[in-house]
Design a protein around this ligand. Structure first.
Ligand code: DUC
Ligand code: ZN
Ligand code: ZN
Length: 471
């Protein structure tokens, strides 16, 4: 009895689930073999007045990621449970290979961390942190493993960084294999110089993280990645876009006919450098700002970056919204950067709130209902080789369903809606129009009126097909 919302449109319909999949989507008047459906099913969920949407797909998460001298505070267990609470039924996390390590070992380690721990289905992208003859060879086997995308970093020298020669070689491999190239596009070497100069000048508060990581660093790297992708013919997906100038680069490349895509995150739509600085009137802000240290950084609202992200979501210059979920606690983690912003672990946790936060764009008229579903589920499914199984409410698809109540309300913050393993919320005080009422993954109910009823043994590894955006 709900309104089924797909990327293609909306319809009043009953959704019949049989086992792990959707058996039928029945519009009023249609009859299934003449049976009285409600009398013959095991369970009826009344969705009158509510939206029935495909489960969210968060295509960018970092559960228990070793990073910045510590480890992201959500495990696969806690992070995927929070995902379920928020209406996300699939995640794609990043397996890590570092310079000198074998890709196979990095991937195996990630399988080991996640197996049997996830409340929702999960897939992996492969971070290639050391492009050399061995890792390039290993990339040949990734497609068979169901890992159809890999991430390179133009930032973080000495950690995951690839230089242009390495990027060129990896993109040639991308072209050859069909693997989608995902890019962290920030000029890391230049950022590190700026950060050191700020620190040496006594500018050590979290605010200066965002000053060092200037938009020029993102625009330049985005442009360079686009040019290298153009030369090699590699399909390119730029992650966590936050600068309006980077979007302009993507839009221009797409206008030229290049096969490039962009992702933004809720933090770049809603939060800003000015808010990170704080209202106390302190010129350099306080350590409180560490809560919002992430890379790419929060950008200036006065410069119009947030408005530009919303606009790009409407014009399809950006195609997806993922979280880059990489949570750290203030105590014992973020506070390592007291007195030196460079030592603050980079990351924000939002996996639980992505579906709700994006729905606010529908409420305020920034995006349509169908575009909401397209951004949070359908395009991620197509982009990362899951479509048909995931990202759509249609017969034959996995029964990953969310009943969303547009009349409901969600209060975000510690002690309220917050099931992520963090000692603070980056979204404290956010009041959301709308509520995730009920969540199902492959025919199993994960969240109902009584709360979370899923289990950590439910989530299965998703072997992904090639991106549907290959030309
Ligand atoms: N950015 C973050 O904020 N955290 C994880 C890695 C990244 O690129
Ligand atoms: Zn990144
Ligand atoms: Zn990331």
């Amino acid at each position: 009895g709900g309104t089924v919302v797909n990327a293609t449109g909306t319809a009043q319909a009953d959704v019949l689930v049989d086992g792990e999949t959707i058996a039928a989507v029945l519009t009023p008047g249609s009859q299934l073999l003449g049976t009285d459906l409600k009398a013959s099913v095991d369970q009826v969920v009344d969705a009158t007045g509510k939206y029935v949407i495909p489960g969210g797909i968060d295509a960018h998460t970092h559960m228990q990621m070793p990073f910045g001298g510590t480890e992201a505070s959500d495990t696969f267990e806690t992070g995927t449970r929070a995902a379920a609470w928020g209406g996300t039924t699939s995640i794609i996390d990043f397996a890590i290979q570092r310079s000198g390590e074998r890709v196979e070992d990095g991937l195996a380690a990630w399988h080991e961390k996640a197996a049997g721990e996830c409340a929702v289905d999960y897939g992996f992208h492969q971070i290639v942190g050391g492009v050399d003859e061995f890792s390039l060879k290993a990339m040949d086997s990734l497609v068979d493993e169901g890992i159809t995308s890999f991430k390179l970093f133009m930032a973080y020298p000495g950690v995951f960084y690839s230089d242009d020669a390495q990027i060129l070689r990896a993109m040639q491999k991308s072209r050859e294999t069909g693997l989608l190239t995902m890019m962290h596009a920030e000029n890391g070497p230049a950022i590190d110089v700026l950060a050191e100069q700020l620190y040496d000048a006594g500018k050590t508060t979290p605010y200066f993280h965002g000053i060092a990581r200037a938009w020029q660093m993102e625009e330049e790297a985005t442009h360079r990645a686009i040019m290298l992708a153009d030369l090699t013919g590699a399909p390119l997906y730029v992650v966590h876009v936050s600068a309006k100038q980077a979007v302009e680069q993507l839009a221009a490349a797409r206008d030229r006919g290049q096969n490039v895509f962009g992702e933004t995150c809720p933090q770049y739509l809603y939060l800003s450098l000015e808010e990170q600085l704080g209202a106390e009137g302190k010129e350099w802000g306080s350590f409180e700002g560490a809560k919002w240290v992430c890379s790419t950084p929060l950008r200036s609202r006065a410069e119009g970056h947030q408005d530009a992200m919303w606009r790009a979501l409407r014009t399809n210059d950006l195609q997806t919204v993922s979280t880059d979920h990489c949570p750290f606690c203030m105590k014992g983690q973020k506070d390592m950067g007291q007195g030196d912003f460079r030592a603050i672990p980079n990351g924000i946790g939002s996996i639980e709130h992505r579906v709700d936060l994006l729905y606010q764009g529908v409420v305020t008229g920034e995006i349509t209902l169908s575009r909401w579903v397209e951004l949070i589920a359908t395009t991620p499914a197509r982009m990362f080789g899951l479509y048909g199984r995931k990202g759509v409410v249609q017969p034959g698809a996995d029964a990953d369903l969310v009943v969303y109540d547009p009349q409901g309300h969600t209060s975000i913050g510690l002690g309220k809606s917050h099931h992520m393993n963090m000692d603070y919320s980056a979204w404290e005080g956010y009041e959301i129009d709308g509520h995730v009422d009920w969540v199902m993954s492959r025919g199993s109910v994960l969240v109902d009126g009584s709360g979370y009823v899923g289990s950590k043994s439910h989530g299965k590894f998703l072997k992904r097909d090639l991106t549907q955006y290959l030309v």
